[in-house]
Structures are given as C-alpha cells and as structure tokens.
Design a protein around this ligand. Sequence first.
Ligand SMILES: [Zn+2]
Length: 156
Amino acid sequence: MEHRNKERFLVDQMLLRLGRWLRLVGLNVANPEDADDTKLLQKARLENRTLITRDRNLAELCRSVGVDCILINSNGLHDQMKEMARIGIKLQLNPQRCTICNGTLMEAVKGTNSENGHFSNLEKMWECEACGKLYWAGSHWKKIEEILDKIGSGEF
Ligand SMILES: [Zn+2]
C-alpha cells in the first residue's frame, strides 16, 4: 500500500481530536484558525496540505477548486483512524509532532548528571520546538501504542 505519512494535512473544526491522534503517528497536521471554509481552503492551498473533513459540501468545494481532500465518514475516533489506515496512513506511534501545536519534536535525553559527567537514569524524551511541551516514552505512550495496535488489528 502506498504510504502517505509524509503528506501534509489540515483538519477542520470537527476533526481536531483526530488531528491530535494523527500527530501521534508522525503526521504534520495543522489546525484550522477558525471555522471559515474559505480560509480553510486558502490555508490548504497556501501550505500545500490535504484537507481532512467530515463535511461533504466542503469536500465537494475542495474538488471544484482543486484542493486535495479526504472525506471522513465516521463519527468515532477509532473508526476515523481506521479510515485513515485504509488510505495508507501507518498507525504506529512516531514522535515527530507536538500533539498540541503541531510543532516539530526534538529528541532529547532526560537524566541526572553523575559525578564523572555521564548521565544516569536515562530516559528518552522529546521537546516541542514551538511550545516547549515535553513528551516521555513512558507509560502514557505505551498506552497509546496499545490503542493504535488495537485499532490496526480491528479489535477496536
Ligand atoms: Zn508544541
């Protein structure tokens, strides 16, 4: 299957939650500035993003003006993720994007500096370049991986 994880996306107001989950699998997903369809189309075109929407009329509008668009049919997050998987999005945790602001994540290492200058108790972490939010590869992300696995295998 063709992988689309390198593509740039934009979600509409109804799909902000899906947007956050897509960032967890490494996608570059912008949030809309407001609910204005015209602005949404402009942003998609200007930033070369594929618009993800649940609004049939908006999807039609995209087609008529030549903006790439993905029409989501499901209400629930899990089904929405499955729809994305069906069109080639890999549902695998991939820390690249801040789930809050879509900023780029920088890999960093958290640890306490020991006397000989080496780190001990190393823990992998990521910092958002834009908003400074920190992410750890701890129990929270384990849970997310499990959820993604279940969605992928059809358990959810
Ligand atoms: Zn951020």
